[in-house]
Structure formats: C-alpha cells, structure tokens
Design a protein around this ligand. Structure first.
Ligand SMILES: Cc1ncc(COP(=O)(O)O)c(C=O)c1O
Length: 406
C-alpha cells in the first residue's frame, strides 16, 4: 500500500452527479473529458433559464436590461479569472470553436505561403486540424515540437526549431493525455523573440492551475466551460487587445454589426464583432457561477489536491504488476496508463461494472498515441470532488480485471 496521503476538499455533497442510478457512490475519473456540475452552477442555470430569462443587448424592457448586465458581468468575471480585460474575452461554444476562430480570423489574415507554424506532438486534434485546414488552403508549413522523455513539450527543442519564418506557436497548457504542464511564460518569450505569436489551448489547464494571461504574456488563450464545472455550449477565447482589434469578423449576423446597408456593412467593436447571433446567455451565467465556485475553493488548493491524488495513484500503480505509466510525476490531475495484455476498452468496461468511470481511447491525440506506440491508453483524471475512495475503487477494479484476464 502507498503511504502517500491526500486531503479531500470536502465538496462531494455539492455534486448530484456523483451517485449511480442505484444511489451508490459513483467513482468518476473522467473529469478531463467533462466535469460534473456543482449545485451553485445548476441553480444559477435554472434561475437564468426560468425566472430571470430574457434576451440580451436588444430588449427595451427591464428584464432584458438585467439579463444584459448579467451576461456582460459574466464576461467581466471570466476576464478577471484569466488575468485579462473584459473587452478581450470572446464567448465561443468551447475551446474547439475558440481555436477555429483564431485560425479563421487571425490565421487567414496573417499566414502566407512560406510562413511556419509550430505545434507540439501532444496537441489535441482541436489544436492540430484547424491549422491543417488553413495550411491546405494557404500553403504554409507546420512543424512539430518533440517531447521530453517524461512527456513535457521540449522547449529546448522548440528554441532550436524556431526561425524568423515562424508566425505562430500553438501549444497546450496542460496535456489532456499526460497532464504535463507547459512553462507558458518561457514559450511566450521564445515565440516573441522570433516575432511569432503564442496561442495556448488552455482546456485542461483552466480547471487545474492558476491562469494569468498577463503574467504569461501569451497572445491567445482558449478554454471550455464544461471542463471547469460549468455548462457545455460555452467557452472563451481571450485575445490580446492589440491583436483582437485587427481581427476581421468570421461569422455574420445580428449583434456583430454597427450598421447594415446593402452597399456596405460596418461592424461592432470587439468582442461583440465575434459574437454573431443570440449568444449562449444562460451558459455564460453558468460559466460565471463555475468561476465563482472554483475561486471560492482557490486554484492553488485545487492544484495541490490534484497533484497529491496523482502522486498517490502513480505510486499505487507502480506497485501493481503489469502497469505502464505515461507522463510526468508532477502531472496536473491526469494519469494515463496501460495494463499489460488488456485493451483499455476492456478495462474501462470492467471498471464500469465496479462503478468506476475512466476514459479509454486515443483521447483525440492520435499523433501522441503513435509516439507512445500504443493504439489507446486508459486515463484516470481527477477533479475537485475526487478523493482516495476513487483511487481505491480503481485499484480494486484493476485487480479484478487482472484476475479475469488471467
Ligand atoms: C487539451 C484539449 N484541447 C481542446 C479540447 C476540446 O474541447 P471542446 O471539445 O470542449 O471544444 C479538449 C477536450 O477534450 C482538450 O482536452
């Protein structure tokens, strides 16, 4: 038995999703896919969907004016949480849409044949495919930064690879497979030294580590609310103001215009210029409630809690015969592993019978799977509600799987 101990954050009672349909505890270890929702977020959504509901930005009646204030307050809340300014935060459907927005606006305006974009081997498909779609249209080159032996983006290698042709470096802040954490400030300094911009896919970082885009000095930062204990259908793309102001609209419609005539249309200033149509009003309010919830606990405490759980689980798995561990020791809340002779899907199915939910698959990171030389991994990912009972249940399930597979 591991002697590492962890202290629970004691928030489980806030999460109605953490019980099975039979009312038993559900050991949810798939928070990196999507987080369970706490009651204050659910309540905020129910209120916004019910007694407070109205449209924003257009109504002349008081309920709509109040909803507009709440929607814009949510933007302010998200900006504060990320260390940015409210007019630098564009609400999007999620990280995927945020990354596509950056590619389809800044990328289309900026990237030319002969330019280079540096990605890394551990990127989620959401931070690969939008750039490939553009490369195939424009004709620039994509370079791939390798990883260190323990699964960090190798910034020494990145430094050697960067040239004056590079216009963009686009890296994940925290890997969704390995949990490795990027030194964002160092990446920003390196990108800026060659005149490139730094875009950060912060999907897995925002729920796990303190984010401060001003201190990081990055240029773009995208995340999804549903991984931060908020609702699906909303996320944010933060863009440095001096860049955002130069970006042209990508979707046309209501709300993003200044004046429309058939001869010529002028556009609203950012961020409204990038939010065509009736926005995700209720979801924005839910996201703000999620930010309030995690900030009340404290991002430093959340990070320390998840790092302790990772240390415990890795220690236990190392004692289990026939487990291969991927990723660094100090991973932010995510542990990927393989059980010898058992496909991750079979492991996931048996664990499900034990009331344990893990993710099994390529995790939308097929180039990384190829690098690890596996078709898939099993991934256990922690959240603020995770505790040692989840680890114990996972280990029991692994032992049972080993017995079944002989
Ligand atoms: C690192 C990373 N980037 C991007 C995404 C895409 O997020 P979404 O599907 O919410 O747009 C994910 C989701 O798994 C992720 O883990």
């Amino acid at each position: 038995m591991s002697t590492i101990t962890t202290a629970a954050l004691d928030v489980r009672a806030d999460f109605p999703g953490l019980v099975t349909s039979e009312g038993k505890p559900w050991h949810y270890l798939d928070t990196a896919a999507t987080a369970q929702k706490p009651l204050p977020v659910i309540d905020a959504i129910v209120r916004a969907m019910g007694q407070d509901y109205a449209t924003v930005h257009r109504g002349v009646y008081s309920r709509s004016a109040e909803m507009t204030l709440a929607y814009e307050a949510a933007r302010r809340r998200v900006a504060q949480f990320m260390g940015g300014q409210e007019d630098e935060v564009v609400f999007v459907r999620g990280a995927t849409e945020g990354l596509n927005l950056a590619a389809q606006t800044w990328g289309v305006q900026t990237l030319k044949p002969g330019d280079r974009v540096l990605l890394s081997l551990l990127e989620h498909h959401s931070n690969i495919v939008p750039w490939q779609l553009l490369r195939d249209r424009i004709g620039f080159e994509i370079d791939v930064c390798p990883l260190t032996a323990d699964g960090h983006i190798d910034l020494d290698a990145a430094e050697r690879m960067l040239t004056a042709q590079h216009r963009l470096v686009a890296f994940a802040h925290v890997s969704n497979v390995l949990g490795s954490i990027l030194d964002v400030r160092r990446a920003a300094d390196m990108a800026h030294r060659v005149g490139a911009r730094l875009l950060i896919d912060g999907c897995q970082a925002v729920p796990r580590v303190k984010v401060d885009v001003a201190a990081f000095d990055c240029d773009f930062y995208a995340f999804s609310a549903h991984k931060l204990y908020g609702p699906t259908g909303i996320g944010a793309l933060w863009v440095r103001r001096s860049i955002l102001e130069t970006m042209e609209p990508w979707q046309g419609g209501g709300s993003m215009i200044d004046r429309v005539t058939f001869e010529k249309t002028t556009y609203a200033p950012p961020p409204q210029r990038f939010e065509a149509g009736t926005p995700a009003i209720v979801e924005a309010i839910g996201l703000a409630a999620a930010v309030d919830y995690v900030e009340a606990i404290g991002m430093d405490r959340i990070h320390a809690h998840e790092v302790a759980l990772v240390a415990k689980l890795r220690d236990e798995l190392r004692r289990t015969n026939s487990v291969t561990l991927f990723g660094p020791e100090d991973s932010a809340g995510i542990v990927s592993f393989a059980l010898e002779g058992v496909h991750p899907h079979d492991l996931g199915t048996i664990l499900d019978e034990e009331g344990v939910a893990i993710r099994a698959g390529h995790h939308c990171a097929q180039p990384l799977m190829e690098h690890l030389n596996v078709p898939a991994t099993a991934r256990a990912s922690f959240g603020i509600y995770s505790d040692e009972s989840d680890i114990a249940a996972l280990l029991r399930g692994i032992e049972r799987t080993k017995r079944i597979f002989g």
